[in-house]
Structures are given as C-alpha cells and as structure tokens.
Design a protein around this ligand. Structure first.
Ligand code: SF4
Ligand code: FES
Length: 482
C-alpha cells in the first residue's frame, strides 16, 4: 500500500483511494457538496479543494486519487496533502461567497435548518461577508409531483439529485436547464417525480433546503428530533434507517448508510412513509379471551392447562423474540415459520432478494421451519396439537396464507394471537394479547445476506403492553399458589 502524508501525518492507503476518503481516515472532514459515495464524481462545487505538494493549483479531493508506490521504492511517500493552508482557507471562503450569492437568508423558515451543509460550512469556512450588491434571483416554489417540492432559490447546483435520477433510480426526471446565474434544476417538461418509487432520496441527497418532502415540510424543526438507529421492515434486507422521533411519535424515516456499504444509502418511498404505522392511535388494545376482555393471568392459565403447544412465528420480528417465542413450543419440532410477502426487485444492485420476510434466516437459525404450515394443519386436525401461539403482523401475510392460518386456528382447541393491533386473523383466535411494536423494543435480525442488523427502542409502549420476550416470560411463569 502506498504511503501518503496528510498535514504531516503519515498513513498507508490502497492505491486509488480518494484523497477525501484518506483525509477522513485521519479524522479530517473535508467540506463537500457535490461528492456522494454512491454517485459519479463531477467535481463541480469546488468546496473540497486541498493543497498537494508539487502541484501548481489546488486540487479537488473528491476526484484526486492516491497513486501507486514506485516499484523501486515502495516505502516512499507518494503524496503530501495539506488541508489547512491559507490558500485552502481562501478557496473555501471564496466558494462559500459564490454559493451564497443568490441563496436566500430564509433559514428561520427552511426545513433544512439544523442539518444544512450550507449553514454548517458557512459558519466553519465562510468569510462572514458578501460583496453581492445586485438583487438576488427569485423563483417560486414548484411541486415536482405530490411527494417533492423544489425551492430553486436555495439550490447550489451540486447536481446530486440529477445524478441520482439518472444513475440510481433511472427515471432521469431531473435535469439542469439554462446557463450561468440562470442555471436551474428542473424536471423535463411534463415529468413529475410521482412515478419514481425512490423519489424521497433526493431530499436526503440535497445538501441544502432546495428539495423538500411534502410529507415532512414545516412539520418539525429537526433539532427537536431524536434519531434512533433502526431497520426498515419494508425492505427485503432490513435496510438500516434512522427513526426520527419526538413526543413518542415517529416523524420520519431516513436511510442510515453503513460505512463501506453502498447499498445502504437509499430507501424506497414505501419504506420511507411506513413510519406512520408505528404511531399508535386511540386507546391501546386490551387482552381478550373468547371475545371478552381478559387478564394475562387468565390467558396463561388456559394456555398452561391445555396440552401440547405449537408456535407460529412470522419472520418479520427480531431474533430475541424468535428465541423466546420458541421456548413456548412443547418440543423444538413444533416451531413453525410464517410470512410470505414479496418485494419486487426494482434496483437489483440495492436489493439482492425479493423475499419480504427479512428475518427468515434468524428464525430458521432458531428452529422455525418455513413452508410447513400444511403439516401443522394436519397435526392440529389429528388432535396431536392442542394449542397454538401465533406471532403475526397482517402486513406480511398474503390472503392465501391468512386463509391457511385461519384454518389452523379454527382447528385448534385453543389459540393465542400476539399482535401489535388486532387483525381479522387475530380476532379469530381464542385469545389475543397486544405486544410492543419494533419501534418500542430493542432487538436484531439476520437478513438474507447473513448480516446482523440491530434496532433500538424509539417509542415508549403504552402502559401494560410488553415485548414478546417479556410476555413469554409471563406466559411461561409458574403461577404462585394462593
Ligand atoms: S436541488 Fe439540491 S441536490 Fe439538486 S442540484 Fe440543487 S442543491 Fe443539489
Ligand atoms: S465535493 Fe469535490 S468538487 Fe464538489
């Protein structure tokens, strides 16, 4: 590996490493706008300039790569980079002045305030002054369909959004029109972003507040939000996301890119808008037994006295949950897996499986057998199984599977459904118990690629509603004699 020096600190990196990435390795964050690890570099914003010894002009660190070490002297320092010279500071301040020339001072009403790179870099690298005496260019807000709103006054022409629609989502809805100070990002005539199932990503990509989400616009100041690492349950791979919440309500989902994992940069709009389902409405659901309100003790008593128990776990819950649920089965063979949602593969590079049961692997590793529900039905009909415990989320079950599960529940002398909210299937069970949602618990999954992904609690479950591991502990507890 060639050796380079960054501000006199030596490090060895792979040949071809971007100088910007090499700087990051020694803890130096180079300011940048147009660079994005998942997009083709274009080096248009000029914010990432660095001084390289022996080069007459400053160089863009987002496109300059580390050369190979000379064969006859592999230990030689191949490049000396300086990120803190007066020339670099001058260049950054100059770029900031240009970018702010036409940018409105509307931070108090801008959705991006608090997470805006223009704000951050202007504080850190700007001169604090402007020589702009002319009237600023003005545009009206425009809807790019129902999901995205553009404020061109704020655009700094980094073209990340344009490159995303061309290189990643593929629709090419966005383009740049005109020249010079009239340059503007716009859609091709008659196109909107509504048909793009990944449109929401342009909002995350925009380093300023030019592209905003119709759904999140003016809803929350971002500094009130707390971000908790979680996973998207509506992706085949359990994509890592940030769950931004406040006041025990989730307000948005954003992608949570993992270091060195390009496939984690983007999420689909279906995943993005799924946050709504995690906000509980109305009163918390209560346990029931034979259609009437019941206590957990009453349900436990029936379950413990009924005979052989089998469990059905849907592979969309966490591994801890699977482990504990499995313990309720009378024998390890009586653990059955369910769930049959599929997710169409629109971007093969980002989605390696169409199987929407994203923790199928985690459940299988804990003894749950998928595709064997017919066998379970036969056993129940033969009377070999007396009770069933079903862990279920209706969003991941097809009508066909729901019908089969319905037959199994009907044939069993006793059935207990564990759900966040009661579904038709849950109501058909003899007993029903509410459980905490994935936003209300800590757990992890093992996705189809064998990657372990953790998620953390963001919301407080209503009083009395337990996670599945806690609930199983209660259901398996030996009652204290009175
Ligand atoms: S709208 Fe945002 S992402 Fe697109 S070019 Fe302008 S600043 Fe960049
Ligand atoms: S980030 Fe390097 S030129 Fe824009």
């Amino acid at each position: 590996m060639p050796t380079i020096k960054i501000n006199d600190v030596e490090l060895s990196v792979n040949t071809g490493t971007l100088v910007l990435d090499a700087c990051r390795q020694v803890g130096i964050d180079i300011p940048h706008y147009c660079y994005h690890p998942a997009l083709t570099p274009v080096a248009t914003c000029r914010m990432c300039l660095v001084d390289i010894k022996g080069q007459p002009k400053l160089a863009t660190s987002c496109t300059t790569t580390v050369p190979p070490a000379p064969k006859d002297n592999p230990d030689a320092v191949v490049m000396e980079v300086f990120t803190n010279t007066p020339a670099v500071a001058d260049a950054r301040a100059g770029v900031m002045e240009f970018l702010l020339m036409n940018h409105p001072l509307d931070c108090p009403i801008c959705d991006q305030a608090g997470e805006c790179k223009l704000q951050d870099y202007s504080y850190n690298y700007g001169s604090g002054d402007s020589r702009m005496g002319e009237v600023k260019r003005r545009y009206r807000y425009e809807d790019l369909g129902a999901k995205i709103v553009i404020d061109k006054n704020r655009c700094i022409h980094c073209t990340r959004c344009v490159r995303f629609t061309r290189e990643i989502s593929g629709g090419g809805e966005l383009t740049v029109a005109s020249r010079g100070s009239h340059l503007e990002v716009t859609t091709f005539t008659g196109k909107s972003m509504d048909q793009n199932p990944f449109a929401g990503n342009v909002v995350d990509l925009c380093p300023v507040g030019a592209l905003t989400s119709r759904d999140f616009r003016f809803k929350k100041r971002v500094w009130y939000l707390k971000s908790v690492p979680s996973i998207s349950r509506h992706s085949a791979l359990g994509n890592p996301i940030w769950m931004d919440h406040e006041g025990n309500q989730v307000h948005r989902f954003r992608p949570r890119p993992l270091e060195g994992k390009e496939t984690t940069h983007f999420i689909s709009d279906e995943e993005r808008y799924a946050y709504v389902a995690y906000n509980r409405k109305g009163q918390a659901p209560a346990p029931s037994l034979k259609g009437a309100p019941a206590t957990l003790d009453a349900i436990r008593e029936v379950l413990q006295g009924v005979g052989t128990v089998a469990v059905i776990g849907q592979g969309t819950f966490g591994c801890d949950t699977a482990q504990r649920l499995g313990e309720l089965a009378s024998t390890p063979e009586l653990r059955y897996g369910s769930g049959d949602k599929t997710i169409p593969v629109l971007l093969p590079k980002y989605q390696t499986s169409a199987d929407g049961i994203f923790n199928r692997r985690g459940f299988t590793e804990r003894g749950f057998r998928f595709g064997t529900l017919d066998e379970l039905l036969a056993k129940v009909q033969q009377g070999a199984i007396k009770a069933l415990v079903l862990l279920h989320d209706a969003a991941f079950t097809s009508n066909k599977e729901a019908e089969l599960l319905g037959q199994i529940l009907k044939a069993a002398p006793f059935s207990l459904a564990l759900e966040v909210e009661p579904s038709d299937l849950g109501r058909a069970a003899t007993a029903w118990l509410p459980i905490a949602s994935c936003a209300e618990e800590n757990d992890f999954i093992v996705n189809h690629d064998g990657e372990l992904r953790r998620y953390q609690k963001a919301l407080q479950a209503p009083k009395g509603i337990l996670t599945v591991p806690a609930l199983v502990k209660e259901l398996a507890a030996v009652p204290v004699p009175v």
